[in-house]
Design a protein around this ligand. Sequence first.
Ligand SMILES: Nc1ncnc2c1ncn2[C@@H]1O[C@H](COP(=O)(O)OP(=O)(O)OP(=O)(O)O)[C@@H](O)[C@H]1O
Ligand SMILES: [Mg+2]
Length: 333
Amino acid sequence: MAKYIGVDLGTVNIKVYVSPRGIVLQEPSVVAISVKEGKIVAIGDEAREMVGRNPESIEVARPLQDGVIADYVVTEAMLRYFLNRVCGRFRLFKPVVMITVPIGVTTVESRAVRDAALQAGAKEAHLIAEPLAAALGAGLPISTPTGNMVVDIGGGTSEAAIISLNDVVVAGSVRVGGNRIDQAIQAYIRRKYNLHVGEPTAEEIKIAIGSAVPTDEVQSLEVKGRDQMTGLPRTIRISSSEVTEAMAEPLSEIVAMVKGVLEKTPPELASDIVDRGMVLTGGGALLRNIDRLLTQETGVPCFVAENPMTCVGIGAGKALENFHIMKRAMVLQ
Ligand SMILES: Nc1ncnc2c1ncn2[C@@H]1O[C@H](COP(=O)(O)OP(=O)(O)OP(=O)(O)O)[C@@H](O)[C@H]1O
Ligand SMILES: [Mg+2]
């Protein structure tokens, strides 16, 4: 029986942790709705496959934007669907849920998350800051009086935090993540080749050949899209160095945010960070050479966490398992 559940309510993916089993579910936070009846047609993986391929009668929506709820009704429906899936529809006990929220959320935004979880069938809903959960999920020794730094690069937002004694000491965030990187690749191809490619294609290019810094070994990929002039399908070949160039602007915004956090860090903790380095989590940590870029730009060693995409969800679950210690750091007491 699933009683304690951690939820990473991400802009791109939702991850669910069931105590003590671990991550049991990871699916896109996408919902397909029939426009006429306003009914939900598909949620998660199934809905994600419809992106860019849907007729007008079906709307494919991402109810979360930049890590916060953009569409309350759809978020609640999505949460209910995933909670039902891990708890069973006719459960005897309502689960206690821990949900992650980004750094810098407003009280109104966090209340909306809590209410959505309660409406979706949770008995209690607690909220934890994403980077704190990320650090916990990455297995950093956050209870000690030493500085630990984590940088979470998600789809909608990137966040960095210095953590000591089970709480965030300094943090920063920027509304730039994988989505903005995909859009930058899209814009680059449109500018340079007069070719329109969809966002899913831009993401595929990033994952296949993208590198945060130039590499010696240049790869290339065939890309199909629609010619802006003729309106007809056309194929081009794009190289990894072009993708690096296309991604430079959004990546520089992430670097600037990380530098900003380091600048605000008290000296004792800063010296710990120089010794221990920073840990990268989130799907963006999987971008090739992102660790090298951050090390190069900040002078601080970087390490990519093991399974970076699931760290936040695992941390949310672990925060519930250690609730007596983590309670102090909860958002909205
Ligand atoms: N191998 C990869 N290389 C580069 N980027 C990747 C890779 N795999 C996944 N991503 C990117 O990671 C992002 C999703 O990461 P994640 O699931 O951590 O985001 P999220 O938690 O949903 O978003 P947020 O934390 O901003 O709300 C997507 O933008 C995706 O393109
Ligand atoms: Mg995230």
